[in-house]
Write a protein that binds this ligand. Structure first.
Ligand code: 9MR
Length: 568
C-alpha cells in the first residue's frame, strides 16, 4: 500500500547506535505492526509490534512505542506504520551522532565576536566582523577610582550570548564550565573533534581553541585593580534584527557582581588546569588564569552582597540598561562551585573549608543561576587525586550523583516519549532543551563515577534525552538547526534572520518547548497551550525558539560524551 510521511511518528531524526536502544513513538491511535524499511519503501528489513498504549500525563494524548532495538544493521531507513505512514529517514551507524557533536561545537565559532568569518570556515554563512569591542565604556554603575564612568577599556572577542549580541559573564560561566569539563572527562576523544576553524591546524584541540576565544574575553572583564568582574558587556538596549557589523551602538561594562566574580573564579581555576598541558603553545596562560581566579575570589570575599539588580540599572543610572539580566540573588551555589574548582586546581584545603560544599542532600540540575552540581562533577572527576579532605567527601559526592540519577530515571519508562525529559510539565521552561541536555549529563556523570547497579540504565536514559532533542518529543522537532528534517528554520538569532540565507546558521540548539512562551514573548502563532507543546518555529518567539551558548554547551557535551562512550 502507499505510505506518506506521517508527522505523528516521532524519532531521533539523525539516528541510532547499532548496539543501543532504538525507539520511535507514534502519537494517536495507530496500533498493530510496524516495519523498518529502506527510504524508498521497497524493502522491509524488520517487523515488530507497537507497544501497549500509554497516556501522556501532560497532554492526555495516547502514544505507543515502536521498539526496534534488536535490529542492528547499519544503514539508512524509515519506520513504517501501515495505515499511518512513514517517518523521516534516520541512520543506524556506530558514530551516528558525531556530526551533531562537531556541528554543535562549530556553532560556537559562528557566535564569535570581533572577527570576520571567512567562507573557508563559515561556508555560506560567511560574514564580516562585528563588535570590535576595543572601545568599551565604563557604565556609571561600574565606576571606580581607577576607571571612572565613561573611561574606555578594551574587551574584544568572546561569543555572542544568544540571538542577541551582548556578552554576559554569568552565562559564559556555566557554558565554559560545561565545555572545559567535557575536555577533562574525555581528553582523548575530544581531540578528534575537528570543526574546521582557523586554529584547526595548531596543536591545541579545536574544543580548547574555541573555548579560548571566550576565555580571553572573560579575562578582560576583570578589573585588574581590585579583581572584581563586570556582570556584562552590553549595549543599553537590544539591537534590531541586523547583522553584527551593522550593530554599532555604544557598548558598556556594568556593575561588578558577586555571581560574575564567582563564576569567573570557577572558570579561571578550571582553565588553569586544562590549559596547563598546552603551556608550550600558550606560555603563561594557565598560570594567569589561576591568578585571576584567586583575585576574583578575594574580591568576592570582600563583596559578598554585590548582587546584580537590573532594576537599579534602570532607575539609578544613565543610560538605562535593559538587556539580558542574568539576575540571581542567591550566590551560595556559585560559592560552592568556585571553592571546588579553586580547591581542585590548587590542592589548597583552605578553599575547600571556606564554604560548606554539602549544605543539604539536594543535587540541583545545573542551569545558569544554579551551578552547585558542577562542583560535584569536578570533585567526582578528580576522585583520588584530591587531598584527604576531598577524598573523604567522595562517598558523599557519589551519593549526590546516584540519588539524582535515580530520581531522573524513575518512571522514565512510563513517559510518553520514553525519555527522562518531560516526565513532568515543570521541565518545559525557557531553554528547556538545555534541561534535557543537562539531565543527560547528570546521568553520564553517575554512569562514569559511581558503581551503582543501575549504571547501564543511566547510560541508556542519557541517550534517550539526545533522542528527545533530535526529534522524539511532543512537537516532533529536532531542536538543532541543520540537523534532521524537521528542524527550526526561523530561530530568534539575529544573523540567521538578517543574512538573507534561507537556512539558519547550523549547529545551534533552539531553547525549545516552553509552557509560558506565549505570555513571555507575545509572538503570534502558538497553536497549543499544553506544556509540552508550546513551541513555534518563528523568529519572534524568543521564549521558545532562541538559541544560546549555555544551551549549546550541554548539547556538545551530551552528543560528544555519548560518542566517546561508544568507543570505550
Ligand atoms: O536563559 C534565560 C532564561 O533562563 C530567562 O528566563 C530569560 C528571561 O530572563 O532569559 C534567558 O536568557 C536570555 C538573556 O537574558 C539574553 N540573551 C538571550 C538569552 C536566551 O533567551
Amino acid at each position: 500500500q502507499s505510505q506518506s510521511l506521517s508527522e505523528s511518528i516521532r524519532l531521533n531524526q539523525i539516528g541510532y547506535y547499532p548496539n543501543a536502544a532504538k525507539i520511535a513513538v507514534v502519537v494517536g491511535e495507530a496500533q498493530g505492526s510496524f516495519q523498518v524499511a529502506t527510504p524508498d519503501l521497497k524493502k522491509t528489513l524488520f517487523t515488530g509490534t507497537l507497544g501497549e498504549p500509554r497516556k501522556n500525563v501532560i497532554s492526555g494524548k495516547t502514544t505507543r512505542t515502536a521498539n526496534f532495538s534488536s535490529f542492528t544493521k547499519a544503514g539508512m531507513y524509515v519506520l513504517v506504520i501501515p495505515g499511518t505512514g512513514h517517518s523521516y529517514p534516520f541512520e543506524i551507524r556506530a558514530d551516528v551522532h558525531k556530526p551533531v557533536a562537531i556541528g554543535a561545537l562549530k556553532g560556537f565559532y559562528y557566535q564569535r565576536v570581533s572577527t570576520d568569518l571567512p567562507a573557508k570556515f563559515a561556508g555560506k554563512w560567511a560574514r564580516p566582523a562585528g563588535h570590535p569591542d576595543t572601545r568599551v565604556l565604563i557604565h556609571p554603575s561600574a565606576a571606580s577610582a581607577n576607571r571612572p564612568a565613561g573611561a574606555v577599556i578594551s574587551s574584544p572577542r568572546g561569543w555572542y550570548d544568544a540571538g542577541d549580541y551582548n556578552k554576559y559573564i554569568v552565562n559564559s560561566g556555566i557554558t565554559m564550565g560545561t565545555l572545559l569539563s567535557l575536555y577533562e572527562d574525555f581528553p582523548a576523544y575530544t581531540k578528534s573533534l575537528n570543526t574546521n576553524i582557523p586554529e584547526s591546524t595548531n596543536k591545541i584541540p579545536d574544543l580548547l581553541d574555541e573555548a579560548l576565544w571566550n576565555l580571553r574575553w572573560m579575562l578582560t572583564m576583570q578589573d585588574p585593580a581590585d579583581g572584581g568582574v563586570y556582570h556584562k558587556l552590553t549595549n543599553p538596549s537590544f539591537d534590531g534584527m541586523v547583522m553584527p557589523d551593522k550593530a554599532v551602538k555604544d557598548r558598556y561594562v556594568v556593575q561588578k557582581s558577586i555571581t560574575a566574580a564567582l563564576d569567573f573564579a570557577a572558570v579561571m581555576a578550571q582553565a588553569g588546569r586544562v590549559y596547563k598541558a598546552y603551556n608550550r603553545e600558550l606560555p603563561g596562560l594557565a598560570d594567569s588564569c589561576v591568578a585571576a581566579a584567586k583575585k576574583a575570589w578575594t574580591w568576592a570575599k570582600a563583596n559578598p552582597n554585590a548582587v546584580y539588580k537590573q532594576s537599579e540599572m534602570n532607575t539609578k543610572f544613565d543610560p538605562d540598561v535593559v538587556t539580558g539580566s542574568y539576575e540571581d540573588h542567591f550566590s551560595s551555589d556559585e560559592w560552592i562551585w568556585a571553592a571546588a574548582e579553586l580547591y581542585v586546581t590548587t590542592k589548597d584545603d583552605s578553599y575547600y573549608k571556606a564554604v560548606n560544599l554539602f549544605p543539604d542532600a539536594k543535587t540541583p540540575l545545573p542551569s545558569w543561576p544554579q551551578v552547585r552540581t558542577l562542583a560535584y562533577y569536578t570533585l567526582a572527576r578528580f576522585g583520588n587525586e584530591l587531598t584527604d579532605a576531598g577524598k573523604q567527601a567522595l562517598p558523599v559526592v557519589k551519593q549526590h550523583l546516584t540519588t539524582f540519577a535515580d530520581s531522573l530515571i524513575l518512571d522514565a519508562d512510563k513517559q510518553a516519549f520514553q525519555t527522562v525529559m518531560g516526565k513532568s510539565a515543570k521541565d518545559f521552561i525557557w531553554g528547556s532543551s538545555a534541561e534535557a541536555a543537562n539531565q543527560g549529563i547528570a546521568l553520564l556523570q553517575a554512569y562514569r563515577f559511581t558503581d551503582s547497579p543501575k549504571r547501564n540504565q543511566y547510560l541508556r536514559y542519557a541517550l534517550s534525552n539526545l533522542d528527545y532533542l533530535l526529534g522524539r518529543n511532543a512537537v516532533g522537532y529536532s531542536f538543532v538547526t541543520g540537523f534532521g528534517d524537521k528542524t527550526p528554520m526561523h530561530p530568534h538569532h539575529r544573523p540567521s534572520v538578517a543574512d538573507g540565507i534561507d537556512e539558519p546558521v547550523p549547529g545551534l540548539l533552539s531553547g525549545g518547548t516552553n509552557a509560558n512562551a506565549a505570555r513571555q514573548d507575545k509572538c503570534a502563532g502558538y497553536t497549543s497551550t499544553v506544556a509540552d507543546e508550546v513551541f513555534i518555529d518563528a523568529d519572534c518567539s524568543y521564549a521558545s525558539n532562541e538559541i544560546a551558548i549555555n544551551w549549546n554547551a550541554p548539547l556538545v557535551y551530551l552528543a560528544t560524551a555519548l560518542e566517546a562512550l561508544q568507543k570505550e
